[in-house]
Design a protein. Structure first.
Length: 613
């Protein structure tokens, strides 16, 4: 039910009053042009299963890897060994070197890939590690998002997650208190009356590294739904709401958005035993960012803090609360926000933050874990939560319905959820050996890794079914160990097929239904999405081509020298001549030694079908 401003629907219609958005997004013209192709939902499979992985060859190793077209294997080089042998005879292979781990420091590893006989004069190219700071693209996409609140939202969200971890790490006293809260006598289930006033303590500063500052606000209960209690600060601008606005907003969050999160990720805790999530609109959130900073770096649309669940201090509201900006058309507290702005911008933030709430409450409150989920995986699940908002409207409005232009990829109502995911994931695939999936710090103010974790968590949901998301929440496990338990297989094996699928999801000239299911997505067609983005924003420094991944060819008797981060992948291709014998391939340090075992070095291999580009 989002009301979409007309500037998001018609290309090249300038309007200096278009609303700001709480996250990376696309401008009006891109959102329309990027929606010119339909997503593929093909879920068929040929039944071809990947071959069993093999070990990297040692000095005395033997055996030739022989694959049929579109079959895969993984060469595990974490047990020593420096190479492998591929069958020749005109076969073409996609090679994806990877460091499949989330348990080592973020440090680049130099490697060589190619012929064991290649010397320094035969190295094709050097691909030095890109500067991680460059994950914020300096060109077109960055300019497109400067006037949106993504930077401020991301930084504050990261600070709150870090605050949550510090609070939980304080020790068993806090955990014991939480257990008592969960097992204490049940409160009478009395829903407060509409119009009743309640005080709240609200974080009033973005600096949470030292003493967190709280402010007391009084809020009036404006809406009682099945799932949501909507409170509005009594100091909210008087002209912020018109008659009927609150019931409409309340219904949107209560009947549409909250069920999306709960159905996907499971129930949150209910430590206040009111059987509702509280949503508090307050100008205190608006004022977290000044007007000047808002216009420069964007604003904070909303947040969740584990403080309300795990702390028993007077500053904790001791309940499940989502805080959000209040309407302020005149810009009294910070930059101006109309009701239309809130209806367009807050829903994606709500889905994102409520996933954080569910994740924290399931790990720490319900299962009494000693630590919350690792930041990268928690963030990936929250980004998928945003995408699920788009998918809700995509399913509600199948093509060509719900679209100003019948050829749009996404209906009008889904565009506030999906735009940033396209640009962020494209940015990741431009430099997949630099933007680490599993080891970023969630304080990194970058975009590319957010695209990487969206793709990984989306691929996991497509491969294992979206029930895996609930298994990732309801546990004490974290990070790659959590994924292994939820998926029922090793992270190394999963990461190998994920790396392949990013390229083979929709190979040009190959029927998508013929690609094994592990080697593609189900709910998204990557080449269609990025081709549409290219038509909208390219060619530019940020969107230079229709498909972001560049596969570097390795001719016979030559090799490449490059660097790679843990939790990343790279892409190469070897074409063997017709009638040729086996091809020796080395994957080792530049000096020819085995790569460090703790970094889980491996090469995922996919035999390309004849004629595949």
């Amino acid at each position: 039910r989002s009301r979409i401003p007309s500037t998001l629907l018609l290309p090249n219609m300038p309007n200096d009053h278009s609303p700001k958005r709480p996250g990376p997004g696309l401008p009006p013209s891109i959102l329309v042009i990027a929606c010119l192709m339909a997503c593929s939902h093909d879920s068929s499979s040929t039944g071809i299963k990947p071959t069993t992985g093999v070990a990297c060859k040692t000095a005395n190793g033997s055996g030739t890897i022989t694959l049929g077209a579109m079959q895969t294997t993984t060469v595990d080089c974490s047990q020593g060994g420096t190479g492998f042998e591929l069958a020749g005879g005109g076969a073409s292979y996609l090679l994806v070197p990877e460091l499949a781990t989330g348990d080592v420091p973020i440090k680049a590893t130099s490697y060589t890939l190619g012929s064991p006989n290649a010397n320094s004069t035969q190295v094709l190219a050097s691909a030095p590690l890109l500067d991680r700071a460059a994950t914020i693209a300096p060109g077109t996409v960055a300019r497109l998002t400067q006037d949106r609140p993504g930077t401020r939202q991301r930084l504050f969200d990261a600070q709150l997650r870090a605050l949550d971890r510090r609070m939980v790490a304080r020790g068993p006293v806090g955990r014991a208190q939480r257990s008592v809260a969960m097992t204490g006598p049940a409160k009478a289930q009395v829903t407060p009356d509409v119009g009743s006033i309640r005080p709240f303590r609200v974080i009033a500063t973005t600096d949470t590294t030292a003493t967190t500052v709280f402010k007391t606000v009084n809020a009036r209960l404006a809406y009682v739904g099945t799932n949501i209690l909507l409170y509005v600060d009594t100091l909210t601008a008087a002209n912020g709401f018109a008659t009927g606005d609150l019931s409409g907003i309340g219904n949107l969050f209560d009947q549409t958005l909250y069920p999306i999160d709960v159905n996907a990720f499971g129930q949150p805790s209910d430590i206040d035993q009111n059987e509702h999530l509280i949503m508090l609109m307050t100008p205190v959130v608006n004022a977290l960012v000044t007007s000047a900073d808002c216009n420069k770096d964007g604003y904070i649309a909303g947040f969740f803090t584990g403080y309300d669940l795990a702390s028993r201090t007077a500053d904790s509201n001791q309940g499940e609360v989502f805080y959000t900006v209040a309407p302020d058309p005149a810009g009294v507290s910070s930059c101006a926000h109309t009701v239309d702005d809130i209806e367009f911008t807050v829903p994606a933030t709500f889905l994102h933050e409520v996933q954080h709430l569910i994740n924290f409450s399931q790990h720490v409150i319900v299962h009494n874990a000693s630590e919350p989920e690792e930041g990268w995986l928690d963030e990936g699940l929250s980004i998928v939560a945003e995408e699920l908002g788009s998918r809700y409207y995509e399913q509600k409005f199948p093509p060509p319905t719900g679209r100003t232009n019948p050829l749009q990829l996404f209906p009008d109502s889904s565009q506030g959820f999906i735009g940033g995911l396209l640009t962020n994931s494209y940015a990741f695939l431009l430099k997949p050996d630099t933007a680490t999936v599993t080891l970023h710090s969630d304080s990194d103010d970058g975009l590319a890794w957010r695209g990487s974790v969206w793709l990984l968590v989306r691929w996991l949901g497509d491969l294992k079914g979206e029930e895996i998301y609930k298994r990732l929440e309801a546990t004490t496990l974290t990070g790659t160990a959590n994924i292994e338990a939820a998926a029922g297989e090793s992270f190394q094996g999963l990461f190998a097929d994920f790396g392949i699928a990013l390229y083979t999801d929709s190979i040009a000239g190959v029927a998508r239904s013929s690609i094994p299911q592990r080697d593609r997505f189900v709910t998204r067609n990557l080449r269609q999405m990025y081709a549409a983005l290219f038509r909208a924003a390219g060619p530019s420094a940020d969107v230079p081509r229709a498909f972001p991944i560049v596969v570097q060819s390795i001719p016979a008797n030559q090799g490449v020298s490059a660097s790679i981060l843990p939790g990343t992948v790279a892409y190469y291709r070897i074409d063997t001549p017709a009638g040729s014998g086996p091809v020796q391939v080395r994957f080792a340090t530049p000096a020819g030694a085995a790569l460090e075992a703790s970094r889980r070095p491996q090469v995922a291999i996919f035999r390309l079908p004849p004629g595949a580009g």
